[in-house]
Design a protein around this ligand. Structure first.
Ligand SMILES: Nc1ncnc2c1ncn2[C@@H]1O[C@H](COP(=O)(O)OP(=O)(O)O)[C@@H](O)[C@H]1O
Ligand SMILES: [Mg+2]
Length: 276
């Protein structure tokens, strides 16, 4: 098939909207709990027989597998380099929950030929649509192109911050860039490592004040998660599921509406943002 025709078919297919829900987990500052939240969110969403994929968007510095203590044999970088097929990537956590590791030794997205990139995107799209109800995308920290692209393409962009002023300012900076550059208005905020609800609310208020003054972004407060000393031990023991933490997260995400109207699909937006 001619390349132009192939691309236009691909765009048509991706443009129709998808049944799979995409949720990104981002932060301005590293170490705020994104990966831990991604993993626990995956557990929660997969409980009622829904199929969930956690996708490590941190190409090159991937760490989901480290939390689980499982070494994947193939990862996204292998897929990009042509050393793996998509079916080889998912690592099974349980019957309904899988993750795909980002891998290491990543080249620049810009270095990958457009045709190769569009064919990878097509495969990822089809694979996700056929096999998963939810895709949770764990993004790299900070203001980088990959995070901005992923967080502005999903159905639900979650932003994680802690009560530390630096984490709040960095979360604001990320929200501002995604709002200004990509026109995204709704952000869903979780305050992690908080002492109590008053502290978390103060964090959200300062984010709201900044957002209201300088952007058109809406800060939708989802909830907060307590600081729990024992979590560090869990990470060291590579046993990332803490029932109390998970319960709190479950309560927070009950505020989220996953039933989003049909709209342009995730991969279609990615394609556009890559200039394909
Ligand atoms: N609510 C919490 N209480 C205590 N420690 C936490 C909490 N959430 C995350 N952590 C710890 O913070 C560290 C960073 O978490 P991680 O999920 O790797 O962050 P990120 O993915 O944002 O870099 C880990 O050691 C983790 O155990
Ligand atoms: Mg992480």
């Amino acid at each position: 098939m001619k390349l132009d025709r192939q691309l236009s078919l691909l765009k048509h297919k991706l443009g129709k909207g998808t049944k799979t829900r995409y949720i990104s987990i981002s932060s301005g500052k590293g170490g705020v709990g994104k990966t831990l939240i991604a993993i626990n969110l995956g557990e929660i969403l997969s409980e009622n027989g829904k199929k969930v994929l956690i996708f490590d968007g941190d190409l090159g510095l991937s760490n989901i597998h480290l939390m689980y203590g499982i070494s994947p044999t193939k990862d996204l970088v292998d897929l990009i380099k042509g050393f793996a097929t998509i079916e080889e990537l998912p690592v099974k956590v349980n019957k309904n929950l899988y993750f795909i590791s980002g891998g290491s030794g990543f080249q620049q997205l810009a270095d990958i030929p457009r045709t190769q990139l569009s064919s990878i995107i097509m495969k990822l799209h089809e694979f996700a649509e056929e096999n998963f109800n939810y895709v949770i995308v764990d993004t790299p920290p900070g203001l980088n192109r990959i995070t901005i692209m992923l967080a502005s393409s999903v159905d639900i962009p979650l932003i994680i911050t802690t009560p530390e002023p630096t984490a709040i300012m960095d979360a604001y900076a990320l929200i501002k860039v995604i709002n200004k550059e990509e026109g995204i208005d709704d952000f869903y905020v979780i305050v992690n490592k908080a002492d109590n609800s008053a502290e978390a609310k103060a964090v959200v208020e300062s984010l709201e004040l900044l957002a209201m003054k300088y952007t058109t972004a809406r800060i939708n407060y989802i909830g907060y998660l307590h600081y729990r000393k024992n979590l560090i031990r869990r990470i060291i023991d590579q046993n990332p599921i803490d029932e109390a933490f998970k319960e709190e997260l479950r309560e927070s995400i009950s505020n989220l509406d996953f039933e989003i109207q049909e709209k342009e699909g995730f991969w279609s937006k990615i394609l556009k943002k890559l200039g394909i």
